[in-house]
Design a protein around this ligand. Structure first.
Ligand SMILES: Cc1cc2nc3c(=O)[nH]c(=O)nc-3n(C[C@H](O)[C@H](O)[C@H](O)COP(=O)(O)OP(=O)(O)OC[C@H]3O[C@@H](n4cnc5c(N)ncnc54)[C@H](O)[C@@H]3O)c2cc1C
Length: 460
């Protein structure tokens, strides 16, 4: 049995930073990672996908080159994709980031790295391969993985997940993406731009069904303009082998009863990596989906055990996992009282144009019973978008009519993932929207229209 001041399980988005803070505060740390350092975001999530999105955008712009007066000999049909180079570019970005995380942990004198699976033996003891580790503080940062749904026939066909699709070295002839939410939509558009025929199949009546209907319909419009087939309300999905690949049977209200793809990507949600962690031996409570239950300080029901990142179900993003680290470190090391309940939720969907989101949707704001104000603006009325020739999408802000605080916003448009921070930051400070109207934004930007938009606020 080797004793440490702390054990961290999982080198995702919270663990490595926490190790740095704890060791800087003088503690010894045992760090256990079973697979690739950097976790999902670095190896199979944000970093590879955003690298691939950049390649897809380059292809898209090249095909539109003549609109900008740029001449490509042979025209847009001469634009091709070298998928091996596209993949190599993503692999290089991953390798650098993952290697950097591993190096920083291994070079830390106070941190001992175990590259193996970790499993609780009791509330303060963890088995890491042959080693038995003990510590009064244990931090669980084990993340999640793709759900493989129990669709009829799923075990009879080859299918891709967000991990295996990154291994493709050739563009599929026809990619059927099952799941019209954030992960599925990013892959759908990028592979369409790489030259695949793409069909998106979604069980709900519309894609990204958690978003407002106007945003969801605008995203569908973007996809259909690019020739992506979108099949919604597919209530009974079944998979079967087919001479051309895989047949995905649908039970949609409209359209063909099946889609046949050379490849099928399953992107129907994520689940936490908690089933093989021995949580029962430690007495740590999970919910019925396996997410570790935590309080607003990210402490579990067992004193001395915290859960950070996707595995606690309080966030599903890299920035929320990182913020979990910030909360735990501030409370344990800096004597603060930070709470996850104070977090203003924000995220982006990295299709093109991107969707930047913060706070409530309009429908959530309405359901909250507040008197609300709303302003919207199409991207066709945003100068920067017009100048760039990228005018699809819209901006929308929702505020509380009484407190004048912004409740939420969506910017689906060029630069929307960046411009949304103007609103996110104001929401974090707790300022009212009229205060933001006095800002003098830089011209020409997408952000400059935010004060103008706020001037258009109307009761809804
Ligand atoms: C395709 C895709 C695209 C995404 N894009 C974005 C994006 O653009 N922006 C964004 O904010 N988020 C994005 N996400 C989500 C983001 O990747 C996750 O929210 C984030 O990685 C969660 O970090 P984490 O620290 O909770 O866990 P993870 O990053 O999943 O890390 C958990 C680590 O724990 C290890 N582990 C698990 N069990 C054990 C065990 N028993 N013993 C030892 N080690 C263990 C795993 O090997 C892993 O390395 C994306 C996700 C996917 C799948």
């Amino acid at each position: 049995m080797t004793r440490f001041d702390a054990i961290i399980i999982g080198a995702g988005q919270a663990g490595p930073s926490l190790a740095r803070r704890l060791t800087a505060a003088g503690m010894t740390v045992a760090f256990v990672e079973r697979h690739r350092f950097g976790g999902t975001c670095v190896n199979t999530g944000c970093m590879p996908t955003k690298t691939l999105v950049a390649s897809a955008y380059a292809a898209h712009l090249a095909r539109r080159a003549t609109e900008y007066g740029v001449v490509i000999p042979g025209g847009s049909s001469a634009v091709g994709i070298d998928m091996k180079t596209v993949k190599a570019r993503a692999d290089a970005v991953i390798a650098k980031a993952s290697g950097g995380v591993e190096k920083s942990l291994r070079e830390n004198d106070k941190c001992t790295v175990f590259h193996t699976h970790a499993r609780f033996e009791s509330h303060d003891t963890v088995r890491a391969g042959d080693a038995l580790l003990q510590a009064p503080r244990i931090f669980v940062n084990v993340g999640g993985r793709a759900i493989v749904p129990d669709f009829p026939g799923v075990r009879d066909v080859p299918f891709l997940t967000n991990t295996s699709i990154l291994g493709l070295e050739a563009v599929p002839k026809h990619l059927v993406v099952v799941g019209g939410s954030y992960i599925g939509l990013e892959f759908a558009q990028m592979f369409r731009r790489f030259g695949a025929a793409v069909t998106v199949v979604e069980k709900a009546p519309r894609v990204i069904a958690r978003e407002d209907e106007d945003i969801s319909l605008a995203v569908r419009d973007v996809f259909e303009r690019e020739g992506i087939a979108v099949r919604t309300a597919a209530e009974c999905i079944a998979l079967a082998p087919h001479a051309d690949g895989v047949m995905v049977s649908l039970d949609c209200r409209d359209g063909e009863p099946a889609a046949v793809g050379s490849h099928v990507l399953l992107a129907v949600g994520r689940q936490p990596n908690t089933a093989d962690l021995g949580l029962d031996k430690a007495g740590v409570r999970t919910d019925d989906k396996g997410y570790i239950q935590v309080d607003d300080h990210l402490a579990t029901n067992v004193p001395g055990i915290w859960a950070l990142g996707d595995c606690n179900g309080r966030g599903a993003f890299t920035h929320t996992a990182y913020n979990d680290f910030e909360i735990v470190a501030a409370n344990l090391i800096d004597g603060e009282q930070r709470s996850v309940a104070d977090r203003v939720p924000g995220y982006a969907l990295y299709i093109d144009p991107p969707l930047g989101r913060v706070g409530m949707t309009e429908s959530q704001a309405r359901a909250s019973g507040r008197r609300i104000l709303i302003a919207t603006r199409p991207m066709t009325r945003v100068g920067r978008a017009v100048e760039k020739g990228e005018t699809l999408g819209m901006m929308k802000v929702v505020a509380d009519a009484d407190s004048k605080k912004i409740l939420g916003a969506a910017i689906l448009g060029t630069g929307g993932d960046e411009a949304i921070h103007g609103i996110l930051d104001v929401m974090n400070t707790g300022a009212t929207y009229p205060e933001l109207q006095w800002a003098v934004p830089i011209h020409p930007t997408v952000s400059e229209l935010i004060p103008t938009l706020l001037g258009d606020m109307r009761p809804a």
